[in-house]
Design a protein around this ligand. Structure first.
Ligand SMILES: *Cc1c(COP(=O)(O)O)cnc(C)c1O
Length: 463
């Protein structure tokens, strides 16, 4: 017997209280969350279809139709929630009723099987270490969550899904590990021959099972172009369901909200302003932080710290957005000339430039600045940062020097062991090889070499 039904503050959450045999049962029901395309030329779709499709048919990125804050109490009482509970509370409205509460809680718990420590490197400056997952990259969280959602949806779907992804570094490894052994999902990863580090190559070519690697004779842009072409090629898409696993996919993008809240939870003093500095390439990570802020996380503003690829830095200065071809740097995960998630950031600020400027600052740093920052952190703070984290540190330091009563985090997005060739020799020599890396480094690489799009097509259709 259902005797109470409230739909008050959480519009897409219905609470039922059931009275049976003198006992009161409280049940939580989600209702469907719809996603629309930011190009506005495709029909709205469900969470499930948005995850399976990746990109809308009009090539737009999917965006949730509503975003409902969690309420002040949630953040005030954050100490009383475990990381698994925080993850569930943040994500539930975006999944809606398409995954039952019990299964969604299990997916979140299974995703978050490692720690997210914060280290105070200087007064009020914290490193938020996101590299304690299986491939030592922050992308582990999004990849693991997406893989488990796809696996859930695949239980009722007799057709297999093929995840096709191009990588210039950490995406490939995180996707390979996140999807390993997931039933009904095949993964094909394209990477540019000789352009990823030895460790990164091992992470995506040694797993076997449902993970296959294609070594492309070309650069990252060639891999990316082949993947994009395949998604538009009906002679492929008519015979197989392709999906993407980069941050355009909502199931990879949204769970990245979690660790901003985990960081906040670890603060000793929450009376000071909080700033997050995020080393940004495709702007998925920082955009997820802004989603957490929309849900109520108290953040003063964000800093997008980047390398010579500074389209956003220039845009905030000049008001004109001019994508450029990417240039190569030692922080190569940020070598992106036209960040795909920036359109979501604009949407989160109501496409209002003044609002955006108040909440997003951005700085660009050279390779030389990056090397100096790594040395400074090592010599003066006893902290070993990777090139991306070092750039995050520089952006944060610059902001905090101009702010009163503030503290901040820079996101340490990968373990420095993955960037040994570009690090100072003395620092590199002291880095211990973590067990996750030790486990793959001696395994044998298995990859199929290809040079042309026709070869990719043949490979997909034959398999
Ligand atoms: C992917 C990546 C980034 C950039 O993240 P975006 O979400 O694309 O902005 C930064 N650092 C590392 C180490 C990465 O792998």
């Amino acid at each position: 017997m259902v005797n109470e039904r409230s739909r008050s503050e959480h519009r897409n959450l219905i609470n039922f209280t059931i009275k049976k045999n003198r006992f009161l049962y409280s049940l939580e029901y989600q209702v469907t969350m719809n996603y629309y395309s930011l190009n506005n030329k495709a029909p709205q779709t469900s969470f499930r279809d948005a995850v399976i499709k990746g990109l809308a048919p009009d090539k737009g990125l999917y965006f949730p139709e509503s975003i409902i804050p969690l309420g002040e109490d949630f953040f005030k009482n954050i100490d009383s929630y475990s990381n698994h509970e925080i993850g569930y509370e943040l994500i539930k409205q975006f999944v809606g009723d398409e995954i039952p509460v019990k299964n969604l809680k299990a997916i979140v718990a299974d995703t978050l099987q490692f720690d997210f420590p914060t280290i105070e490197v200087e007064k009020d400056i914290y490193s938020l270490e996101l590299f304690h997952g299986p491939t030592m990259a922050f992308k582990d969280v999004g990849a693991r969550f997406m893989a488990r959602c796809l696996s859930y949806f695949n239980q009722e779907n007799p057709n297999e899904v093929t995840v096709l992804v191009a990588t210039s570094g950490d995406t490939g490894g995180a996707v390979a590990s996140g999807f390993l052994g997931i039933k009904g999902v095949n993964v094909v990863i394209l990477y540019p021959s000789g352009k990823v580090s030895n460790i990164q190559e091992k992470q995506l070519t040694t797993l076997g099972q449902n993970i296959r690697a294609l070594e492309v004779h070309g650069v990252f842009d060639d891999c990316q172009a082949m993947v994009k072409k395949a998604f538009l090629d009906t002679s492929i898409t008519d015979s197989m369901q392709l999906t993407s696993a980069n941050s355009i996919n909502i199931a990879r993008w949204l769970p990245q909200m979690f660790y901003f809240v985990f960081a906040y939870k670890q603060l000793k003093d929450r009376s000071k302003k909080v700033v997050f500095s995020v080393p940004s390439g495709n702007y998925g990570n920082i955009c997820a932080g802004m989603m957490a802020q929309k849900l109520g996380l108290p953040v003063a503003f964000f800093v997008a710290s980047t390398n010579a690829n500074k389209v956003v830095t220039d845009y905030l200065d000049s008001g004109s957005y001019e994508p450029k071809p990417s240039v190569q740097t030692i922080s190569n995960a940020m070598d992106v000339g036209d960040p795909s998630n920036f359109i979501r950031i604009e949407k989160l600020h109501d496409n209002d430039f003044t609002k955006l400027k108040a909440n997003l600052h951005s700085y660009s740093y050279s390779d030389d600045d990056t090397r100096k920052a790594m040395l400074h952190l090592y010599n003066n703070c006893g902290y070993t940062a990777d090139p991306h984290g070092a750039i995050g540190y520089l952006g944060l330091k610059r902001e905090l020097s101009q702010l009163e009563n503030a503290q901040g985090f820079f996101l340490e997005t990968a373990h420095p062991v993955k960037f040994l060739p570009v690090m100072d020799k003395n620092i590199a020599a002291k880095i211990e090889i973590p067990k996750q890396i030790e486990a793959v480094i001696h395994k044998e690489k298995v990859a199929t070499e290809i040079s042309t799009y026709e070869e990719l097509k043949e490979y997909l259709l034959d398999s």
